[in-house]
Ligand binder design. Structure first.
Ligand code: NAD
Length: 354
């Protein structure tokens, strides 16, 4: 089955692509490469050759012959979404719907969309939220996820089946590492400073899922019978993996021996939700979350030791999305609409070989 997959130079995409190749899918991979300078470690897995292209420039020709689209390429967290909310809407909402519309017109049958549990925002009920619960997005990033789900459902029909994967917050090692997500960040701090000093009291709930388990969920959605996934929403994770942020810090503190922990007095983060993940386990019998926070923290500890990671790597901007995008804007490598600017013309000095 030929698939167009976007976001393969990203944290999750660079793990999903090798898994889908191993499962026998034929991939056309697309990414504009905002974070391409960041590469934490080499692995043995074969990956797809990624075409450097903005999703806003994808044409129908890119999609002919594909049976499915797996769409990951967006400005992918709350801080980057807040950097320029109108651009977040342009890329995350409008370009995603444009991509799906073109896909449908080109005869693509399935569209697996990477949504997020952040659509639940501040949950008003003490119970864990399900796919049927109301959404309550708190940021431009989460709002766009809600809008894409709303508009994509309108495209569903006899020949086109969108599926919405509302992923929990990811964790775990990836060559395209991100240190701006909670468990990875705490693990990096523990390794480089031996200290986790949280400003907040750590009480908000945060469901977690390993990037490799997200990759499994995508494969399950592609392989499931159409009826099981047609216009369906799935929370991706495991009900046993709703953690309070302070639990995550304590788990990391246990794995990174000798790490000092301290917490603040107040709740600095108003996003808090516990999520019920029963549906995905019921509908996809082969799906399981093989990783919990402790196993993920051990994996990170092993990777940091293997590559002898220093603070300069942990703090490198390419591993923290907001910093990398701010840098690309400041140095005018991308313009105000987040398109790459043309490379500067060669100077006379360069032309004369100096
Ligand atoms: N990481 C998480 O915790 C998490 C949780 C829930 C949902 N998700 C979703 O999963 C998807 C992948 O997340 P990730 O963590 O791998 O993100 P990431 O930021 O690491 O990767 C996203 C990739 O998309 C590319 N991209 C962004 N805008 C683009 C554009 N206009 N054209 C082409 N490429 C573009 C970037 O260059 C990047 O390589 C996203 O849709 C994200 O919202 C992630």
């Amino acid at each position: 089955m030929k698939i167009l997959i976007t976001g393969t130079d990203g944290y999750i995409g660079c793990i999903v692509a090798p898994l889908l190749l191993r499962e026998g899918f034929d991939l056309v991979a697309v990414d504009t490469g905002y974070y391409k300078t960041g590469w934490l470690f080499n692995g043995a897995a074969q990956s797809a050759r990624t075409i450097a292209k903005d999703i806003r420039n994808i044409t129908k020709d890119d999609l002919y012959g594909c049976k499915a689209v797996v769409h990951l390429a967006e400005l992918s967290n709350d801080p980057t979404g807040q950097l320029a909310p109108h651009i977040t809407h342009e890329i995350n909402h409008k370009a995603s719907i444009r991509l799906a519309t073109l896909a449908k017109e080109a005869g693509v049958e399935r569209f697996v969309y990477m949504s997020s549990c952040s659509v639940y925002g501040v949950a008003n009920s003490p119970d864990a939220v399900t796919e049927e619960s109301g959404v309550n997005p708190q940021t431009a990033y989460a709002e766009c996820k809600v809008l894409v789900e709303r508009d994509l459902v309108e495209l569903a029909g006899d020949t086109f089946s969108p599926t919405f994967l509302r992923n929990a917050t990811a964790f775990g090692a990836s060559p395209r590492m991100r240190f701006d997500i909670v468990l990875n960040n705490l693990a990096g701090l523990a390794w480089t400073t031996n200290r986790i000093a949280m400003v907040s009291d750590g009480t908000p709930w945060r469901p977690l899922v390993h990037a490799l388990d997200i990759a499994q969920a995508i494969a399950c959605a592609l392989e499931a019978p159409r009826d099981a996934v047609h216009a369906e929403v799935f929370n991706v994770g495991d009900s046993a993996q709703n953690y309070r942020v302070r639990d995550i810090a304590e788990i990391v503190g246990k794995v990174f021996e000798g790490c000092e922990l301290s917490f603040g007095e107040t709740g600095a983060d108003n996003r808090s939700y516990r999520v019920n993940f029963d549906k995905i386990h019921d509908r996809f019998p082969t799906f399981s979350c093989d990783w919990d926070a402790e196993r993920g923290a051990r994996q990170l500890h092993d990777v940091f030791r293997r590559i002898d990671m220093g603070a300069e790597v942990f703090e490198a901007r390419a591993f923290t999305r907001l910093e990398q995008l701010q840098y690309l804007l400041r140095t005018q490598q991308i313009d105000e609409r987040f398109y790459w600017t043309p490379a500067p013309r060669r100077t006379d000095a360069q032309d004369s070989g100096l």
